[in-house]
Write a protein that binds this ligand. Structure first.
Ligand SMILES: [Zn+2]
Length: 504
């Protein structure tokens, strides 16, 4: 009796605390133990066993996976009714660029208050679509990453540190010669053209070995370099030769870092494969001398077979092309999902003449939107789909990575772009099981975080997503997020939306 009285007083005290101290009480809302009951457990290591059961979260980790539902709810656990729903591991996008602002040439070309609102929403936008782990491939602004990691709710974040572009090559070429070195402290010196490099940079500080050592010291998990001959106005860019690539490979191996290579043409992917890269971070939408071919020619198939055989990680990034084509799609900016992931002020800016600046760069002279859309679909999109279909048919080591945002397009918005990429991959011919694995266990294994995330198994971090439908039945299931747990803390989807009601 007395005990019950004490409990009542304690309960009243808690209730009062909730009323009086809403800020402090926010921590108390997180239950110590969560019991997700009667849910279909969809975990990539056992897709042959989709069973109904219960999952217990305790202290930010998965404490128990009760397949079959034989265990009773533990005392004190908060129950989440999972009946009729599907629990999956949090999704992993292993190719993002957090500091890049969609639709803007650089952050200074857009109003600072829009940039601020965008960055504040950014972590929630990825969570809104179920992404709980990200890899940023190109660190250009460390502060953005630090702010992201400090946000009250945010996906786990790995990075490749400052990248290794070849001197005056891609992507340094976007900036004028006088200012293009500063943002790339790990550029690789071009010993054949020292006259094209400011004299304050010494060759010995910019060898592949010195660059990789700095990347390693920064706490990165990967090294990013580029084999890009250029496109549009900037063709014939300098690229690293086989010797430079071999040295980057060797230094990365010694530092235990993954070697991730930007390459999207037949020639550059050939160099990336010859160099022994771990991951090719783009699909092949340029076929060089086979550009007019409608089917994958035997020469390209032979290269793709080597990619399969060597188990090289491959990110098709079809939405890079889709993101450019968004400028010619009259429906794109009308998608209501856009306001779930970016501030309204940004959408309004996209619609202004200044916000449409990139369209002028992409558009052919005198071509209508419809003609441009068709040309892109029939050209690069068709080619990258064919290559993806071939790799999927051979069960290649496909990794889910979106390249969000790829360049200055507004067609790749955080979170939403992952969903669009999934639709592209499914359309290209990846099976739903391949797609699911590529965004969970395959990424986790490749980045050596599979002891922590990537499956629903006891002991792993409780990064989980509750879906209305099965991701093995339709790609649209990924748009049916109900709840996202990040390190055991639950958020409803509505609370993650950019246009959510209530205080920020
Ligand atoms: Zn990228």
């Amino acid at each position: 009796m007395r005990r019950r009285g004490m409990e009542r007083i304690a309960r009243i005290a808690v209730t009062l605390a909730l009323l009086v101290l809403p800020v402090i009480a926010a921590g108390a809302e997180t239950p110590m133990r969560t019991w997700i009951a009667g849910v279909s457990i969809v975990s990539p290591e056992s897709l042959d066993r989709i069973e109904t059961g219960n999952v217990l979260i305790e202290g930010g980790r998965i404490a128990l996976v009760d397949r079959g539902g034989k265990v009773a709810k533990p005392d004190g656990a908060t129950e989440v009714n999972g009946k009729g729903k599907f629990l999956i591991p949090g999704l992993i996008d292993s190719h993002v660029h957090l500091a890049s602002i969609p639709g803007a040439a650089d952050p200074s070309s857009i109003k600072p208050e829009i940039t601020k609102a965008y960055y504040e929403q950014l972590p929630r936008s990825y969570l809104y679509y179920g992404y709980t782990t990200l890899v940023d491939l190109v660190v250009v602004n460390r502060k953005v990453l630090e702010d992201f990691r400090r946000a009250p709710l945010h996906p786990d974040l790995l990075d490749c540190g400052e990248p290794l572009p070849f001197a005056n090559g891609y992507p340094m070429n976007f900036a004028p010669p006088g200012v293009r070195f500063e943002p790339f402290p790990n550029f690789v010196y071009d010993t054949k053209h020292p006259e094209a490099i400011p004299s304050k940079y010494k060759p010995e500080d910019h060898t592949p070995e010195a660059d990789v050592a700095r990347v390693s010291k920064s706490g990165a998990v990967c090294v990013k370099t580029f084999i890009e001959h250029g496109f549009a106005a900037d063709k014939n860019l300098p690229v690293p030769d086989a010797e430079i690539l071999a040295r980057i490979r060797k230094a990365s191996t010694q530092a235990n870092l993954l070697m991730m290579v930007h390459a999207n043409s037949f020639d550059s992917q050939t160099s990336a494969v010859n160099a022994g890269s771990d991951i090719i971070v783009h699909g092949m939408w340029t076929w060089d001398s086979f550009e007019t071919s409608q089917e994958v020619p035997p020469e390209i198939k032979a290269l793709l077979d080597r990619i399969v055989e060597k188990k090289i990680g491959y990110q098709p990034t079809i939405q890079v092309i889709g993101g450019a084509n968004a400028y010619f799609d009259p429906e794109y900016l009308k998608n209501p999902a856009i306001l779930k992931v970016i501030p309204e002020s940004m959408l309004e800016w996209f619609k202004t003449p200044e916000g449409q600046w990139f369209k002028k760069e992409l558009a052919g002279p005198g071509a209508s939107d419809a003609k441009m859309f068709e040309a892109i679909e029939r050209g690069p999109t068709h080619r990258v789909r064919q290559v993806t279909a071939y790799l999927a048919s051979k069960n290649a080591n496909l990794l889910f990575g979106t390249d969000t945002p790829s360049g200055p397009t507004y067609g790749n918005l955080p979170g939403l772009n992952g969903y669009l990429e999934m639709q592209q991959l499914a359309k290209a011919g990846e099976s739903l099981a391949q797609l699911f694995k590529s965004a969970t266990i395959s990424n986790a294994r490749e980045f050596k975080i599979d002891s922590q995330v990537g499956t629903i198994e006891a002991g792993k971090v409780a990064n989980l997503v509750l879906l209305e439908k099965s991701p093995l039945e339709s790609v649209e299931a990924y748009d049916g997020v109900v709840t996202v747990w990040i390190r055991g803390k639950a958020s409803s989807r509505a609370d993650l939306a950019a246009n959510r009601a209530g205080p920020r």
